[in-house]
Design a protein around this ligand. Structure first.
Ligand SMILES: NC(=O)CC[C@H](N)C(=O)O
Length: 233
């Protein structure tokens, strides 16, 4: 593990999983710093997590209003300066709405809210948040959302392919009709990562989805133990 970092977890009105994200950050060996959406001060944190939930009741589109919160001016500036930023589910939706990641998350093809223990393939282990996994490793992470269907324009899909931006892909089941089974993206630099499944719900023995693999129930933990401040270019 690298040196302990101070990782900010931003709470928005309607956020649900901020406490779980803070616990995951602590289980990962780092200090969790609670940040409020209405402030502009990032309190000197080294990295940021935008957690899951129902910010602003999912009005307009999930994450659309939160992406315009006061703190997002600072989040966007920090991300553009290279700070590691992780968006989980509603946080991933905010990252696309803020244009830090390409594409958009729309209503699941089933029209239903989906909750399942989801198999994912790690496509990129050279980002600030995924270096604790091996490439092509398959992990099990809880998924729970109503607007998880990833869509993108032809230009954005070309960019995603050309720049190799897919960080995670759904395996076995595509739970929401996402284009190309895309479950999570990174930016080109590798410091900004967003995904629909919830790694912070698979960090504690006895609570995560059980698997017969090595890290039984703890497949989300590497996201929080190995947060890199510098990424190889
Ligand atoms: N778990 C979540 O963060 C859910 C995100 C969003 N409210 C949705 O249902 O799509």
């Amino acid at each position: 593990m690298g040196r302990p970092m101070r990782i900010g977890v931003v709470t928005f009105p309607g956020t649900l999983d901020d406490r779980d994200a803070q616990r995951a950050v602590r289980f990962g060996g780092h200090e969790a710093v609670a940040l409020w959406h209405g402030e502009h001060d990032l309190q000197g944190v080294d990295a940021l997590v935008l957690p899951g939930g129902f910010s602003y009741g999912d009005y307009l589109r999930s994450g659309a209003i939160a992406a315009n919160s006061p703190i997002m001016t600072e989040v966007v500036a920090a991300a553009e300066a290279g700070m590691p930023v992780l968006g989980i589910c509603n946080g991933f939706q905010m990252l696309t709405e803020a244009r830090l990641l390409p594409g958009a998350l729309t209503r699941n093809d089933s029209g239903l809210f989906v909750r399942r223990d989801q198999l994912l393939k790690v496509e990129r282990n050279d980002t600030a948040w995924t270096s604790g996994y091996s490439t092509d490793e398959v992990i099990t992470i809880p998924l729970k959302n109503g607007e998880g269907r990833f869509v993108a324009t032809a230009d954005q899909l070309k960019q995603i392919e050309d720049e190799n931006l897919v960080a995670f892909r759904y395996v076995d089941v595509n739970p929401n009709g996402s284009t190309d089974d895309i479950a999570g993206l990174t930016n080109a630099r590798g410091n900004v990562v967003g995904l629909m499944p919830h790694p912070e719900h698979a960090v504690e023995l006895g609570f995560g989805p059980s698997t017969d693999r090595l890290r039984d129930g703890l497949d989300g933990l590497p996201m929080f133990t190995k947060v890199l401040e510098q990424i190889a270019a």
